[in-house]
Design a protein around this ligand. Structure first.
Ligand SMILES: Nc1ncnc2c1ncn2[C@@H]1O[C@H](COP(=O)(O)OP(=O)(O)O)[C@@H](O)[C@H]1O
Ligand SMILES: [Mg+2]
Length: 192
């Protein structure tokens, strides 16, 4: 992971509506590299903004730069640099934790050996090595969430979007997840 740009995000005058329902209006925001949290009540537009920044939906007006790229114009280039862990777990319950990560690695173009070694590292990092061979449908909510985040890290993205990463987790899993996210950011800063 490298932070070559001094600005992570740059938004100016960004607006987004669904039909005549205005969700974002004239949003200005500049963020440096690091960990940032977007807070707001249900329906405030957090997921909408995350979806715009991660190229899933286009904004209507204004200017958006993520890692210096425009999510509308430079969609493909940006997609190779970011990852998104959505609000709902996206891992396949019928596969084991290891199989989910291997599949993700192969989808990202890693060789079988590279995918295996990446999966081993991530399972270890998220304390899932012992459960690696078990079907994900037997995992607890916290384990599933951690695997979900591990899956989004297979491709070593420069920027990670996490939409409500700790919703539904108990206090201990929540703390473990924040510790891991802090460690990831520290490693990224060191490798600058
Ligand atoms: N695809 C959609 N079509 C119409 N309205 C939507 C759509 N997605 C979100 N909304 C509306 O936009 C508002 C913001 O939603 P959202 O971004 O999901 O908020 P948050 O993530 O902060 O809870 C809500 O009023 C929601 O109903
Ligand atoms: Mg949301």
């Amino acid at each position: 992971m490298t932070y070559t740009d001094s600005t992570l995000l740059e938004l100016s005058g960004v607006s987004k509506s669904y039909g005549d329902h205005v969700v974002l209006s004239g949003l200005d925001l500049t963020l440096p590299p690091g960990i940032h949290a977007l807070l707001g009540p249900n329906g405030a537009g957090k997921t909408t903004l995350v979806n715009i920044l991660s190229t899933l939906i286009p904004h209507d007006t204004g200017d958006v730069r993520v890692l210096g790229l425009d999510p509308r114009r430079d969609r493909k280039a940006l997609q190779t640099r970011i990852s998104l862990t959505g609000q709902y777990a996206a891992v396949d319950g019928r596969l084991s934790g290891m199989e989910n990560l291997l599949m993700m690695g192969r989808l990202f173009g890693l060789s079988g050996r590279e995918a295996r070694s990446r999966a081993d590292v991530l399972l270890e990092r998220f304390d899932l090595t012992g459960a690696a061979g078990n079907h994900v449908e037997t995992y607890s909510g916290g384990m599933r969430r951690k695997l979900d985040i591990a899956a989004s890290l297979v491709a070593e993205p420069q920027l990670i979007f996490l939409d409500e990463p700790t919703t539904g987790l108990d206090t201990r899993s929540r703390q473990a997840l924040w510790d891991e996210i802090t460690a990831l950011a520290t490693r990224a800063r060191r490798s600058c």
